[in-house]
Design a protein around this ligand. Structure first.
Ligand code: GTP
Ligand code: MG
Length: 736
């Protein structure tokens, strides 16, 4: 049974009652009332401009919706008082978001801080939320000065080649390259822990549960109070050996890549290619991929006979029935017992939410149940004939898109759930308020290219074929524009509530016009994703679980390589070496985990505070990059506000989230040829592609897309919406 880690703490304590009157139609931007600076200081809180929740002053992102606070106000410390046995006491909803978005210890130079204090555009007011700063034209000269300190003085923009077809291009054009791997399906973990955070082999967990809340503070200093950068240089290992001096394997033999999965983004970006060779290459000191020799145990043996793991994101507009569908599937497949189901039915009826009985299996927090809305990605498991499916039930509400991004990025495939009811499908397709389009674009940008469109609530439209056809035609056009191929999209009319077309063919005669596969059948028709078994270990940390005995487990999906009990791993960004004590996959202890597996890796020989969500486990000889100045190739999404130099954005990559500022717009790219059409444009507008440079508030673990797709995909948001998607093309300045 899926379970949201609850830690036995009442997360409703101190909860702002105002927020209880949740209104789907609530227009956040219009209703934001900014508290005065005086109020904020007096009350020790800051108000989220999206959900208006009053967060404690020590929080760097909103406890409810995960939106970042103003970059300047973090105190940069880990507040021990707010934790119980390392578990954050604040609301579980945001904890998860925070655990996913945990940031590194503050490491701004004094100069940078000074600059920020002087630069109103960057800081504005202490209590302003970061995204409120919007697309302001910043005083870049001021900002740039901050980076003119010795550590940032070597910023050097290298030219790119834009004329070489990428592996993704080859695939999109139907030309299969032997070197081509899958779309680098992203990551996310499903791990099973009990309420008291001890490893428990019987329950599921919410993708961003409270257990890692302590990490969510992000501002973790090591025991000596040193910053990360110090720590990196003075940890047990020599930093020079751990932090790559040379990203040789980024170069990938000089091949060029495009972003392969950005929805309609792809139609604009797929012809944009670029040389991955960085002008900033340093002396080769770290191991190159050529030197990496995988061992035999790292490859799966066919005889193992286990089901292939499939990470399946359930996405779609709010209230389309994602959780109900997931809960119903779990029940039909025996993952939820009859007894448990009775309990959900009884309890939901008592709360006047009888129609949410199945959704309660996934929406486990009091907040979610009260409001009847999913807030964080729930992770659970089911088995089909062919796959061991990791179900990632995402929130549909627009306020929780950040949680959807960080929780569902590991998806290999997706079910896009559509509410067929009259008016509801149309609401989901609304360009500004609907999430159907945004989720479809995001999913495509995660690298997912095969989806099922589950046209749900067909009972509400009398299983009308006309309604189904209309939805198929309108949404189909949009999905094509997102670069989903018709052959990779399966359309299924169904009803989760009436159990039609889920695990067997429909029994209702009103669906007799439908002759396609039922849902479970369609899931089995997904193509398995290829996995990078032969590359060095890379596992972005989605979540961190600490037991009361002081044990620490890093949870996530292995993007590359393999690991087994006794393996030594490098835990970034702290560059600590730890030993794998044990592994758990879907509640079962296992001895080996390989690329594609969602696992909890129990580590020993490491300070638990040095394992943080947003960090990465890697092979000790092949550390992931740790950087804050990045070059990206982006596509600005339809309807987004222009991006200017100095614009402040929320930056998302794998399970990391950070405040960012556009430091340079290098060039505009032709969407068809990928060639530079204009150098140094003043801004980029909707549907334009460009090469830009971003400077993050703090360094994060990141890789170039050419090296690891999962770690090189980025999403930029502001004012509560996704404005651009893209890929990391160069790490301009890496922390060494
Ligand atoms: P969020 O996670 O908040 O985005 O919502 P959701 O997509 O998970 O929707 P949820 O499962 O919470 O269901 C929302 C409402 O739709 C509930 O009242 C369900 O009973 C109802 N619902 C779900 N599936 C069906 C269906 O097949 N038919 C009908 N008539 N109602 C349904
Ligand atoms: Mg839901």
């Amino acid at each position: 049974m899926p379970r949201k880690v609850n830690c036995g703490i009442d997360y409703d304590d101190g909860y702002d009652d105002d927020f209880d009157d949740y209104d789907y139609g609530y227009d956040v931007e219009e209703n934001v009332k900014e508290p005065s600076l005086q109020d904020t200081i007096k009350r020790g809180v800051w108000r989220c401009s999206v959900c208006t929740y009053d967060n404690d002053d020590t929080m760097s992102s909103c406890d409810i919706c995960g939106i970042l606070r103003s970059p300047s106000v973090s105190n940069g410390t880990y507040d021990e008082k707010r934790t119980v046995h390392g578990i954050c006491k604040v609301s579980g909803v945001s904890i998860m978001a925070k655990s996913l978005f945990a940031s590194r210890p503050h490491q701004m130079s004094k100069k940078e801080v000074d600059s920020q204090q002087q630069n109103d555009d960057f800081v504005v007011k202490e209590n302003n939320n970061f995204h409120m700063l919007g697309n302001n034209q910043g005083q870049f000269h001021e900002f740039h000065k901050a980076y003119s300190s010795p550590t940032h003085s070597r910023i050097n923009i290298a030219p790119f080649k834009f004329d070489v077809p990428s592996p993704d291009d080859l695939v999109s054009n139907g030309l299969h390259s032997s070197a081509q791997h899958s779309k680098g399906k992203d990551k996310h973990g499903g791990i099973i822990f009990s309420k008291n955070l001890e490893i428990n082999p019987s329950s599921g967990f919410k993708a961003s549960d409270k257990s890692s809340a302590s990490m969510a503070k992000g501002r973790v200093e090591d025991s000596d109070g040193r910053s990360v950068s110090n720590n990196l240089c003075s940890s047990g290992q020599s930093s020079s050996s751990l932090m790559p001096k040379e990203r040789t394997d980024m170069v990938e033999d000089g091949s060029s890549l495009t972003h392969g999965g950005e929805g309609y983004l792809t139609s604009n970006l797929k012809n944009m290619t670029l040389g991955a060779k960085s002008g900033n290459s340093k002396d080769i000191k770290a191991n190159s991929r050529a030197q990496y020799k995988p061992e035999k145990w790292m490859f799966p043996e066919k005889a193992e006979g286990s089901l292939t793991q499939l990470n399946l994101a359930i996405v779609g507009h709010v209230d389309s029935g994602k959780s109900t569908l997931s809960g119903r599937l779990l029940h039909l497949l025996g993952r939820i017992s009859q007894k448990e189901m009775h309990k959900y039915e009884k309890e939901s009826k008592l709360q006047g939410k009888g129609s949410f009985a199945y959704a309660w299996a996934l929406d486990e927090s009091a907040e979610e149940r009260e409001r009847g809305v999913t807030m964080t990605v729930a992770v659970t498991y089911l088995d089909s004939k062919r796959y061991h499916v990791v179900v990632l039930d995402s929130p549909g509400h627009k306020d929780f898109v950040p949680n959807m991004i960080t929780g569902a990025t590991p998806a290999d495939a997706a079910i896009l759930v559509i509410d067929a009811s009259i008016g509801s499908f149309e609401a989901g397709m609304d360009g500004t308020k609907g999430q159907t389009r945004e989720h479809a674009q995001l999913i495509r940008s995660f690298g997912v290219d095969q989806i099922i469109v589950a046209v749900n609530k067909m009972d509400a439209v009398e299983y009308s074929k006309d309604r189904f056809d209309l939805i198929k035609s309108q949404l189909g056009t949009f999905l094509r524009s997102c670069d989903f191929k018709d052959s990779s999209v399966t359309w299924i009319p169904l009803s989760a509530v009436e159990n039609q077309n889920l695990v067997v063919a429909p029994s209702d005669v009103r669906l007799s016009w439908y002759h396609g596969p039922y849902l479970l059948d369609a899931i089995d028709s997904f193509q398995p994703s290829s996995r990078d078994f032969s590359k060095p270990l890379l596992m972005p940390i989605c979540d961190v679980i600490k037991s009361s005995q002081g044990q620490v487990s890093a949870c996530g999906k292995l993007e590359a390589g393999a690991v087994r009990s006794g393996s030594k791993v490098l835990v970034m960004p702290f560059a600590d070496i730890a030993t794998v004590r044990s592994l758990e996959r879907d509640s079962q202890t296992c001895s080996i985990a390989r690329a594609g597996d969602n696992v909890a890796i129990n580590l020993h020989g490491i300070d638990g505070n040095h394992v943080i969500a947003g960090g990465v486990l890697c092979h000790p000889d092949f550390p992931v990059a740790f950087a804050r100045h990045l070059e990206l190739k982006v596509l600005v999404l339809d309807g987004a506000t222009p991006i200017l130099m100095g614009s402040q954005l929320e930056f998302y990559a794998h399970h990391a989230k950070e405040a960012a500022r556009v430091a340079r717009i290098s060039s505009l790219l032709d969407s068809k040829t990928g060639k530079v059409t204009k150098k140094a444009p003043r801004c980029i507008v909707a549907k334009q592609s460009a090469v830009i440079e971003l400077v993050l508030q703090e360094s994060i673990c990141i890789e170039m897309f050419s090296k690891c797709k999962a770690l090189g995909r980025v999403f930029l948001r502001t004012l509560g919406r996704t404005v651009a998607v893209g890929v990391v093309t160069r790490i301009v300045e890496e922390l060494v």
